[in-house]
Design a protein around this ligand. Structure first.
Ligand SMILES: [Zn+2]
Ligand SMILES: [Zn+2]
Length: 341
């Protein structure tokens, strides 16, 4: 990686404004956190896709999810992955980020200079979305949700087998299992990974259901699901698996399951104290973000001369990169770092 940045004399292609990341020569925002004229959207998670803007542009594979998040009446234009569009003085394109269905990195080119905004991304294979694509650039704006060396993921198929073993063990003694997970992305990924191992139906919380349908409409193969609220009163959940968002934990909604164990599927489960503190019986380490080695690998793969770090452990990652001789700095934004991942 070169120490000098060849476009030093130019104003930065993307800056942070009160509305969000802004590209002046293109006159558009990216994942804006306030309403704007035109917002390019990396993916449908709440801290990236916010309502109220006049028009949106996203990757076509995520159109269904974006409409669900931003409202059916929102004006959402889309591009296929890799398709180029000229906007004022710049050329933009969307490239798979491997994070959730339709998630994209946004490439912006202006007078020979290329910036890539990663949005959220991961390198691990995921049957629910297109795999991450390395995009070479001069400046790479990377996320850092799990930007600490302790965060390293196991292979996903091993985690899926672990979940199934846990379900089987409880099923054998007539207990239900309630697996908490992020409603958009993680839930569908678990249903897709388990569909490779079994065809047993599972139950889902209402908050997950329309998103699960969105993935099915996109052709992703998932376990058969049934809405918990549609189950006849008095039906036994003995031996069943239920997927629910973490917010349902401890609520009266849980009473209907009789005897059950709880689990949480999340990158945060890498730290044992998190599971104990939050009172889950089991933790499954499964994340839709890059772990520490994959953050470093990705920064190197882009061959970027400069790296701006946002979203999560920005300071530790930027600091480490600088120690390795990379021109890196944190970029302050209100992205939340996805506490639920
Ligand atoms: Zn996300
Ligand atoms: Zn995010």
């Amino acid at each position: 990686m070169s120490a000098s940045y060849p476009f030093q004399e130019r104003p930065p292609l993307i800056t942070v404004t009160p509305q969000g990341l802004y590209c002046a020569p293109g006159d558009f925002h990216i994942d804006s956190w306030r309403p704007v004229e035109r917002a390019l959207i990396t993916h449908a998670h709440g801290d990236h896709a916010r309502g109220g803007s006049r028009r949106y542009l996203g990757a076509r594979a995520g159109k269904g999810l974006l409409h669900r998040r931003l409202g059916a009446d929102s004006v959402i234009d889309t591009l296929e992955y890799g398709e180029r569009l000229a906007i004022n003085d710049v050329t933009v394109s969307f490239h798979p980020a491997g994070h959730v269905l339709g998630s994209a990195q946004i490439r912006i080119e202006h007078k020979g200079e290329v910036w890539v905004v990663s949005g959220d991304y991961k390198r691990a294979p995921d049957p629910t979305c297109a795999p991450f694509e390395v995009v070479r650039c001069n400046t790479f704006i990377t996320e850092a949700t799990f930007g600490l060396p302790i965060y390293r993921w196991d292979d996903t198929p091993l985690v899926a087998e672990d979940i199934l073993r846990w379900w089987d063990a409880n099923r054998a003694v007539g207990r239900a299992v309630v697996l908490f997970c992020y409603a958009l992305g993680k839930a569908q990924r678990i249903l897709a990974e388990l569909a490779r191992l079994t065809d047993r139906p599972t139950f889902v919380h209402g908050a997950l259901n329309s998103l699960v349908e969105c993935y099915r409409e996109a052709g992703v193969k998932l376990l058969p699901t049934q809405l918990v609220s549609e189950v006849e009163k008095g039906t036994s959940f003995a031996g069943a698996m239920v997927l629910a968002p973490p917010s349902a934990g401890g609520s009266t909604w849980m009473r209907r399951f009789g005897e059950y164990e709880t689990g949480f599927a999340s990158g945060w489960m890498r730290v044992r104290g998190n599971r104990r503190r939050r009172g889950f019986d089991r933790g499954f380490v499964l994340s839709d973000h890059a772990d520490w080695p994959d953050l470093l690998r990705t920064v190197a793969d882009t061959r970027a001369e400069r790296v701006l770090v946002t979203h999560g452990y920005t300071d530790p990652l930027a600091h480490y990169l600088r120690e390795q001789g990379v021109d890196a700095a944190p970029l302050a934004t209100p992205f939340e770092g996805e506490a639920e991942d």
